[in-house]
Write a protein that binds this ligand. Sequence first.
Ligand code: ADP
Ligand code: AMP
Length: 213
Amino acid sequence: MKIIMLGAPGAGKGTQAKQIAQAYDIPHISTGDIFRANIKEGTELGKKAQEYMDKGLLVPDELVCDLVVDRIHKDDCEKGYILDGFPRTIPQANALDEALAKDGEKIEFAIDIEVPDENIINRMSGRRSCKDCGAIFHVQYNPPKKENCCDVCGGELILRDDDKAETVKKRLDVYHEQTAPLIAHYKEAGSLHEIDGTQDIKVVFEEIKSILG
Ligand code: ADP
Ligand code: AMP
């Protein structure tokens, strides 16, 4: 089962991808998580990626594509995977399509979670992420049991640097310009499924499960 998640920043891709990965026993591959791990470890890739992430810009395609193509060829991806945050540009989608076509494969499900821009700022300013395990919460819509403490591992919950209002606005512009065209790309490929992401987290998950079967 090869799945990609589409949608604006804050639409709920990570929240749903984590649950899908668990329910279908496939790896959750988030390029944003990979970059944040590299930033934390101080790697060269992390240093380069941070320059772009801090400004709300996309990391250049050449730093992302090979990394993802290598990752999906690992043994744990044999049964499938869920890509969250990749592809984000048409060249990334083409690179993915080409890598899969070499093995006679393709993306089977492109799940687009639709949330209007006016809801996004609220989603992002209330998002809290565990600094240790990356679990995602929201102060209002999905609060942790104990304030600022991760339900999964007990780690501290933080507001991501790029979730500050001024960076979010830039990220939304970048989404509309560079990522939204992927909706037409996957529609044409016949794998697009659109979901109303303003519904409750559990309802969105049920709809995704009914699509994946
Ligand atoms: P993305 O991965 O698309 O950037 P996230 O999954 O991190 O988005 O979700 C962004 C924020 O919105 C998080 O704080 C999350 O808890 C919250 N959220 C996710 N889905 C919903 C939903 N259906 N309704 C309300 N809040 C949601
Ligand atoms: P995310 O965790 O998906 O919200 O991603 C956080 C940031 O990481 C984005 O705003 C980009 O700067 C960068 N990023 C993540 N995935 C990609 C990608 N596929 N292409 C380019 N930049 C990316």
